[in-house]
Design a binder for this molecule. Structure first.
Ligand code: UDX
Ligand code: ADP
Length: 458
């Protein structure tokens, strides 16, 4: 067994919490502490109701909690003890000043760097876990190295590739673990220390080491490529709706080409989540910064196509419902940005609800895990809505259902009963293409899938 290390993670969010729980479980000889400024969040991690909904996560946390996994608000004390510090604080898109709406807001990261500088008592490896603009590690290193002679700070990049809803599986069996560091003796040693942690459960051939900058850029590039696939299929869904083509058939046909592959080709109302939009805008800003305007415009189009898809969805609803939805009750099935999470950051439901409310529709939102977050998102934007846990109740008296999240339970609802309780003609807009459209049509619904001809009775 290797020497016992004190591992600290600053930021107990969707990335920090699950990642540290997995490291603690597989590295019983190390002590893992997760700290956060948010005391309520820390209390929740210590309780039976975790602050995030993530299938299978509770078992992983509880396996190590109090043994070698600790959650605390004592950031200074944690830093003083630490041999390795993972930083996974929020890096939202900057909303003010230079780069507003595009660049990453690094204030949380910089504050953390200064805290590390103030409280460190020994040499420490600082691991950049949050997605950050390329070359941030270097800037952070400058801050850290300027301040404390006698203490060596080595910064490495170890981007997280887990997807919410499947975080436990993704952490347990990652396609790869990426660690970037400097090509110096200290850099190689730091990279090796992080690689040794993951090697407790990840095969060595899946642990990839690169330069610092390649690692940082790879994270942005991976998310840009994934989002680009969705925008590509969504762009074609618009064409399918105008022709006789069916986007599911097209996706299947192209996905069988092994060079393309079948995954991540589901046309939808749009992609959401905390990463895709932010990371692409970050990439765009970076390209602009280096004068690569064509490259910037190329990637920016992926985000624009997503906005277009969300707007198009609403436009189709309005057109189908006789060009007015004012006063009409619309049941929004699902507010989370994807199934199996309660996370609503950048969810397409936000923009769709905003637009529907602008048209004076009466919204009733239902979601099995994201109702609290939905309430906050809509309140922050002054979008009036009702919230209802039971989808059948939400649809009672509604003119239309808009399915915005692919929750499996929405496939099993009693749509005969739902239809009976709705205002007629009853519409169903499936923003995820997961429901059985011919069956719904046979029940009496006017069904509008994404990228397919509608099935109507009108
Ligand atoms: C993503 C990356 O997958 C992950 O590697 C990175 O670490 C963080 O960002 P996440 O945002 O959690 O993960 O979820 P993901 O499964 O990638 O889905 C993102 C969005 O795309 C969701 O809104 C999802 O519904 C949508 N999506 C995904 C589609 O619309 N169609 C698809 O075919 C796949
Ligand atoms: P991610 O999805 O990247 O994990 P989250 O927003 O879920 O992002 O989590 C980031 C966490 O970082 C939040 O819980 C937030 O309270 C915490 N945080 C932000 N700034 C600091 C800081 N300076 N010190 C400690 N924790 C911080």
């Amino acid at each position: 067994m290797s020497k016992s290390l004190s591992i600290l993670c600053i930021g107990a969010g969707y990335v920090g919490g699950p990642t540290m729980a997995m490291i603690a479980r597989h590295c019983p000889e190390h002590r893992v502490t997760v700290v956060d400024i948010d005391a309520a969040r820390i209390r929740a991690w210590q309780s039976d109701v975790l602050p995030i909904y993530e299938p299978g996560l509770k078992e992983v946390v509880q396996a190590s909690l109090g043994r070698n996994l600790f959650f605390s608000t004592d950031i200074a004390g944690g830093i003083a003890q630490a041999d390795i510090i993972f930083v996974s604080v929020s890096t939202p898109t900057k909303l003010f000043g230079e780069g507003a709406g595009r660049a990453a807001d690094l204030q949380y990261w910089e504050r953390t760097a200064r805290e590390i500088l103030t409280h460190a008592t020994k040499d420490v490896v600082v691991v950049e876990k949050s997605t950050l603009p390329v070359r941030t590690a270097e800037a952070m290193e400058r801050i850290l190295r300027a301040g404390r002679p006698g203490i060596h700070f080595e910064v490495v990049s170890n981007p997280e590739f887990l997807a919410e809803g499947t975080a436990v599986h993704d952490l347990l069996s990652p396609d790869r673990v990426l660690i970037g560091g400097h090509d110096t003796a200290a850099g190689r040693q730091a990279v090796a220390a992080i690689a040794d942690l993951y090697a407790h459960w990840v095969p060595r051939d899946r642990i990839l080491t690169t330069s610092l900058w390649s690692s940082e850029l790879s994270k942005l590039a991976a998310n840009a490529f994934l989002a680009q696939r969705i925008s590509s299929i969504n762009s074609l869904s618009a064409l399918c709706e105008r022709t006789e083509a069916d986007i599911t058939e097209v996706a299947r046909a192209i996905g069988m080409d092994r060079r393309i592959g079948p995954r991540f080709l589901n046309a939808s109302v749009g992609f959401g989540g905390s990463c895709f939009r932010k990371d692409i805008l970050n990439l765009v800003y970076l390209c602009e910064h280096y004068g690569l305007h064509e490259v910037a415009a190329y990637w920016e189009q992926v985000v624009r196509m997503n906005d277009y898809q969300e707007d198009r969805f609403v436009h189709r609803m309005i057109t189908a419902m006789f060009n007015t939805i004012a006063g009409k009750r619309i049941a929004v099935f699902g507010f989370a940005f994807k199934a199996d999470t309660g996370d609503t950051r950048e969810s397409p439901a936000i923009r769709v609800c905003e637009r529907l409310a602008q048209e004076r529709a009466q919204l009733v939102v239902t979601d099995p895990q994201a109702l609290d977050n939905a309430r906050q998102e809509l309140a922050a934007r002054q979008v009036p809505a009702e919230f209802e846990a039971d989808p059948c109740e939400a649809a009672r008296g509604a003119h239309a259902i808009a399915v915005l999240t692919e929750w499996a339970e929405y496939e099993k609802l009693d749509y005969r009963r739902i239809f009976a309780d709705m205002t007629k003609p009853a519409f169903l807009f499936d923003g995820r293409n997961r429901l059985n459209h011919p069956e719904l049509h046979a029940i009496g619904f006017n069904v509008y899938p994404i990228g397919k001809p509608p099935l109507t009775h009108l």
